[in-house]
Design a protein around this ligand. Structure first.
Ligand SMILES: Nc1ncnc2c1ncn2[C@@H]1O[C@H](COP(=O)(O)OP(=O)(O)OP(=O)(O)O)[C@@H](O)[C@H]1O
Length: 719
């Protein structure tokens, strides 16, 4: 169904600041699939996971097959040229998500700023390290031990005092700008790298774990520079420690070894002790987080708490947590007090040593008063800088651990190369001018591999019009076997055969756990069959560009997920990459029986729907999802229990909308309530991973098999 396009593109994924319809997320996040699930398909696992197993004699057609080698699905080698064959050997081996090479590649574009940072670091460290020398000279001038006029000395000190903050600003601004840039690119890369993993990756890791990678783990990597560019930390601390020790040796070679070693040892010990108390600080932070969790859980489930009379239990839980927060707070106070004093003790010990040793040297005429005064200044510099350096090493340890976590999560999981390829191709085609994508594709050490792989993937039939094929061709599931990757020992589909005739409605029914939703996942290409194949108009799905296939399938399921934007934007998400006019959105909403309720909302199409569409009723959410699918206008429609959660009135409204949506499309309907699928062109009874019975409602009733007994059971239940 084609919807009229108005000349004014009001609903757009790009920036249209005056309209809420503009998506706030970058278009890369958007899939053309209905709902938030990306139709991720996988690249043949035996190729991408073990690229070295292929030899020059490996048949080219195997590149497209994820099933056994005996089941080649792309018969023609003509689609590939000889360079593709060579490239088979060069598929990327899993590389670390964050590597030194990548960091270097991200830093290189900022080389001028890096140079400026290094120069300003030298400048501010030189100023800082010169100050004690001038303090020493100042005392010598005051007691007449130095002939230099006071005003000349003071003007030199004035210049130093003026330059140091200027160099500091230059250093901090440049370092911060570089690192913010690097971190943005890194964050974007990790995000897109997660986005293009195979679906089983998302089965394996919880959303919270993945969120932590992008927030706290990358946060520790960020703080390695942003928290360490201040005075007495990181590079500055390192340069000050090195510079101070060198100066001590230059100023008083006879005193320096003893003092330097003493100061270093005392400062390092104090810093290490302070570091060891970090756990107490962390425990206090964790106790605070538990309190927040308890509050969130209590108030978000307030109705459940009320209905079970759980107030006392929640109060006791909260009380326990407040108590442990209080205990850790008191403990923390004691440690804080010691930490404060210990730094001073370190300085005092160093000063005492300096007074004793330095004083005796001055008395013996071996050392000038000015030098001892300078040493006093260096005592402070060294103590604080060493402690800062130890803290920086601690931060480094945290950053390495975080990097290792990110790498271990991402390097073990397979990238869905086909999806990645389609995504890049799409972005190249449509968003050449969109700068927000730049940070996702920084040239990196693996770029070579990727370009080879892209060339390889481009041999897929990405340019054939799969939408047209799906509009006029039947869809065949041929001897499909399937096990979920995380439970590969349990076969869910066991040689399933089914034909979805073009433009007709097929109903899939059967007992719970029979594999009905699994068939949907395979049709959507969230997973690929373990063996067997799915074809459209005789062409294997795996020979198509995956992002193209995403446009072919619309799924409306029992619990449609809406995004927390406006109703209009949610409908426009049906075409996430296109400019969608308000007229088109309204037309889709009218066809989905949603227009009337939408205009009665406080802000009409601009009304925000809340988290996951929570501010709408189930039936309203469903009709918005149907409008979204109508706008998408894809040839294959899958309705997975689309009306089962609705009351009778809502169901009628939604059913009307669905009838509109199903017109002229190849439709697969999954339903438990058999009364809703009686009019389907064919009904397939799925049982134990195969199609056990197939026919129209009356044919299956006549057969008196499983379907007939299911119908009987449901009738009995209603009577
Ligand atoms: N992501 C997954 N990983 C591993 N096993 C899964 C996964 N999803 C489903 N399964 C298993 O696959 C089997 C078939 O599930 P499926 O959801 O396809 O059944 P169904 O026929 O749709 O059931 P229902 O009618 O209850 O929705 C079940 O045993 C289920 O536990």
């Amino acid at each position: 169904m084609m919807l009229a396009t108005s000349s004014l593109p009001l609903f757009s994924p790009r920036s249209t600041p005056t309209k809420r319809y503009a998506f706030s997320q970058p278009p890369l996040l958007h899939s053309r699939a209905s709902g938030p699930h990306l139709p991720i398909a996988r690249f043949p696992s035996h190729l991408s996971s073990s690229p070295t197993t292929l030899t020059a004699t490996t048949p080219v057609c195997l590149a497209y097959v994820s099933g056994p080698a005996s089941d080649p699905i792309v018969p023609s080698n003509d689609d590939l040229d000889s360079s593709d064959i060579v490239q088979h050997h060069q598929l990327p081996t899993p590389t670390s998500a964050i590597s030194w090479g990548l960091l270097w590649a991200l830093l290189v574009p900022h080389k001028l700023r890096l140079l400026a940072s290094f120069a300003s670091l030298l400048g501010c460290s030189t100023c800082t390290l010169s100050m004690p020398i001038f303090s020493g000279r100042f005392f010598e001038v005051l007691i007449g031990a130095r002939p230099e006029p006071l005003w000349i000395l003071l003007s030199k000190v004035g210049v130093l005092y003026a330059l140091e903050p200027i160099f500091t600003v230059m250093f901090v601004v440049n370092m911060n700008t570089i690192w913010e840039n690097v971190m943005s690119s890194l964050r974007a890369r990790i995000f897109s790298s997660i986005l293009i993993r195979k679906v089983e990756f998302f089965d394996r890791y919880k959303v919270g774990e993945l969120t932590a990678l992008l927030t706290s783990d990358l946060g520790s990597l960020k703080s390695i520079v942003s928290d360490n560019i201040s005075r007495d930390r990181g590079f500055r601390a390192l340069s000050e420690v090195t510079g101070t020790i060198c100066l001590l040796f230059v100023l008083a070679p006879q005193l320096a070894p003893i003092l330097a070693v003493l100061m270093l040892v005392v400062s390092v010990l104090v810093a290490l002790y302070k570091r060891s108390t970090m756990n107490v600080f962390k425990a206090h932070g964790a106790a605070q987080a538990y309190i927040a969790d308890c509050v969130t859980e209590t108030f978000s489930a307030i109705r459940t708490v009320r209905s079970f009379g759980g107030e006392k239990r929640q109060m006791s839980m909260f009380g326990d947590q407040v108590q442990s927060y209080q205990n850790s707070g008191i403990k923390l106070g004691i440690f804080k007090a010691f930490n404060e004093s210990l730094t001073r003790i370190a300085v005092y010990l160093s000063l005492m040593a300096l007074y004793c040793l330095g004083g005796s040297k001055v008395k013996a005429g071996e050392l000038s008063v000015g030098t001892v005064a300078s040493f006093i200044g260096y005592t402070f510099t060294l103590t604080f800088a060493v402690q800062g350096l130890v803290n920086t090493f601690g931060d480094l340890r945290g950053a390495f651990a975080a990097t290792e976590r990110i790498n271990s999560v991402l390097s073990g999981a397979e990238v869905d190369e086909a999806l990645a390829y389609g995504l890049r191709k799409d972005i190249k085609k449509k968003d050449a001018l969109d700068k927000s994508f730049d940070m996702f594709f920084v040239s990196d050490p693996d770029g070579d591999n990727r370009s080879k792989n892209m060339s390889y993937m481009s041999s897929l039939k990405g340019d054939s019009n799969v939408q047209n094929l799906a509009r006029c061709g039947d869809i065949y599931l041929e001897d499909v076997h399937f096990s979920y990757p995380l439970r590969s020992d349990v076969e869910i589909l066991k040689g399933l055969n089914l034909v979805l005739k073009c433009g007709t409605v097929t109903a899939l029914v059967g007992p719970s756990g029979a594999g009905k939703s699994t068939i949907v996942q395979l049709l959507a290409r969230f997973y690929e069959p373990t063996s067997g194949r799915i074809t459209v108009a005789g062409e294997d799905l795996r020979t198509f560009d995956k992002s193209e296939w995403a446009r072919v399938v619309s799924i409306v399921n029992q619990e449609p997920v809406l995004f927390s934007v406006s109703v209009g934007e949610n409908i426009a998400y049906g075409l996430p990459d296109d400019y969608v006019s308000k007229d088109e959105v309204i037309k889709a909403a009218k066809a989905a029986n949603a227009h009337d309720f939408i205009v009665s909302l406080p802000q009409g199409y601009d009304t925000l729907v809340g988290e996951r569409g929570g501010l709408l009723s189930g039936g309203q959410r469903q009709r918005v999802a149907i409008a979204r699918a109508l706008l998408k206008n894809s040839p294959l429609l899958i309705l997975d229990e689309a009306t089962s959660a609705l009351d009778t009135v809502s169901e009628q409204l939604v059913q009307g909308a669905l009838n509109h949506l199903m017109k002229g499309r190849t439709t697969l309907v999954i339903a438990h309530r058999l009364s809703t699928v009686q009019n389907a062109d064919q009904i397939a009874l799925c049982s134990d991973g195969t199609i056990a019975e197939l026919g129209t409602h009356s044919e299956l009733l006549d057969r008196k098999g499983q379907y007939a007994s299911l119908v009987g059971t449901q009738r009995l239940a209603f009577e």
